[in-house]
Design a binder for this molecule. Structure first.
Ligand SMILES: Cc1cc2nc3c(=O)[nH]c(=O)nc-3n(C[C@H](O)[C@H](O)[C@H](O)COP(=O)(O)OP(=O)(O)OC[C@H]3O[C@@H](n4cnc5c(N)ncnc54)[C@H](O)[C@@H]3O)c2cc1C
Length: 444
């Protein structure tokens, strides 16, 4: 039966969710607190970019918009690590040809809204969600220009309003849903490497660049216009932290010493440093993700995570695909459908958060460790010889749709086995031998 659906938030996940719901024949209205960002996109170079991988692509494919999105995506086949002397090393992400994709957040969001509208969703901007009545599935919005409130009745409310979700807040306040916010001790700041002459990229565009430095790191992803969006992740306070980087001299000395091959690429480094905000990072855990047959949460509102696996948006897109499958399974019985959604997705929300926290250590620290890089080579060799026995953790997360919770569990077991393998005497010389492959076979 055709339902009236209110989606709160026209971000990446809310827009995709509307595509799924209009495809099922429902009436969808999306309410967004900001103004229409499509009126403002001028330079892709100024926008943050995101890594899109298999789960996100699967969800886009299922609703038929994957080809549109690929037009604005740049494949990244490998990590390129920059050491303290500016010397580069590389690590393939997977098998030849496997890539994750750099996309501009603003361009992707604008495209998703465009597609949502084309498929029949009605979008309203400057509408701030203030209250939700879960019994009536009604939401009260304040128009941020006129300050006037209006209440919208529907059959279903979908909270796609991000990490600070008001829909979730109301579930927590009024229905006593579980809620935990864990802020980590690191923050981030974005910086831009401008394009070279004629829009050329100054460093390899088909790689994700990392300057791993132990407790902190810098990363860079390419934009279509030749620029790179870079993100510095560092402790908020203490040694090598944002707290100690204030004056021009402090900032320039830090970058010259720690990222010597980065500094010449960014002529206006200090201006950017002052202009761009420093933002905090955290994890949101809540449960359940639904209210009877009246409401659900999707995306960051349910499981905001730290960005170190590049999976937040991908996980949110996966929520939409899974919800669609559950709607097929349960038909008119939305109560059971939403209950199963909460039950099935919550361990995956936890899983993506555990994976993201673990990958922070991998990216900032281990990618600079020759032993770790050797371990990954051994895993890749074994995976190529015995694909039915081993998929490396990074590949499970980024190149398959294996659930995050399973990937996390399998990955922890693999890590234990690899600890054994890495204890082999002379492993640096022996790693390609049949003996190592036999030993791996005996452990799995
Ligand atoms: C630095 C950084 C890098 C990241 N990199 C990656 C990456 O490489 N790959 C990846 O997959 N993910 C990445 N992520 C995570 C990704 O950005 C999020 O998971 C994704 O944006 C979540 O989408 P969403 O639609 O759920 O929430 P959002 O994108 O936050 O959208 C929520 C929308 O709701 C609106 N809204 C909020 N409150 C209200 C309200 N009260 N009323 C009405 N509207 C409201 C907001 O204005 C917004 O438009 C990164 C995150 C960060 C911080």
């Amino acid at each position: 039966m055709k339902k009236d659906i209110t989606i709160v938030g026209a971000g990446l996940v809310g827009s995709l969710c509307s595509l799924y719901m209009t495809s099922r024949g429902h009436n969808v209205r999306i309410f967004e607190k900001r103004k229409d960002l499509r009126s403002e996109i001028i330079s892709a170079g100024k926008s943050i970019n995101l890594a899109l991988s298999e789960r996100g692509l699967t969800a886009l494919k299922k609703v038929g918009v994957h080809e549109e999105v690929m037009k604005i995506a740049i494949p990244m086949y490998r990590r390129i690590m920059h050491d303290e002397k500016g010397i580069l090393s590389e690590q393939e992400y997977g098998n030849p040809g496997q890539a994750i994709y750099s996309v501009s957040r603003a361009e992707l969001n604008a495209l998703m809204m465009e597609l949502a509208e084309k498929k029949g969703a009605k979008l309203e901007f400057n509408q701030l969600c203030k209250d939700v009545d879960f019994d009536k599935s009604s939401v009260t919005f304040e128009n941020t220009i006129t300050n006037k409130d209006k209440t919208i009745d529907a059959d279903i409310v979908i909270g796609a309003d991000g990490a600070l979700s008001e829909v979730r807040n109301k579930m927590v306040e009024n229905l006593k849903h579980e809620f935990k916010l864990h802020k980590i001790g690191h923050s981030y700041k974005e910086l831009l490497i401008p394009s070279g002459e004629n829009g050329t990229h100054l460093i390899n565009k088909n790689a994700l660049h990392i300057w791993p430095r132990g407790e902190f790191m810098l990363i860079a992803l390419a934009n279509l216009d030749g620029s790179f969006t870079c993100t510095l992740f560092a402790p908020t306070t203490g040694d090598n932290s944002f707290e100690n980087l204030n004056t021009k001299e402090e900032v320039e000395t830090y970058f010259n010493q720690v990222y010597p091959d980065f500094t010449p690429l960014v002529p206006n480094l200090f201006e950017q440093w002052e202009e761009n905000p420093t933002s905090s990072l955290g994890i949101v855990r809540t449960y359940p993700w639904h209210v009877k047959d009246n409401a659900i949460l999707v995306g960051d509102s349910a499981h905001a995570t730290v960005p170190f696996y590049g999976q937040g948006m991908n996980a949110g897109f996966e929520d939409c695909r899974v919800m669609d499958e559950l709607m097929d399974k349960h038909g008119e019985d939305l109560k059971s459908c939403f209950a199963e959604y909460s039950q099935e997705r919550k361990p995956n929300g936890d899983g993506v958060q555990d994976l993201s926290m673990q990958n922070y250590v991998v990216m900032r620290d281990k990618t600079a460790d020759p032993k770790f890089l050797l371990q990954k080579k051994i895993e890749q060799k074994f995976a190529n010889s015995y694909p039915e026995k081993w998929i490396p953790l990074y590949s499970m997360v980024s190149f398959t749709n294996i659930s995050y919770s399973d990937a996390w569990e399998i990955g922890m077991k693999q890590e234990k086995m690899m600890e054994e393998i890495m204890k082999t005497p002379n492993i640096e010389k022996e790693w390609e031998s049949d003996e190592i492959m036999r030993k791996m076979c005996s452990l799995v």
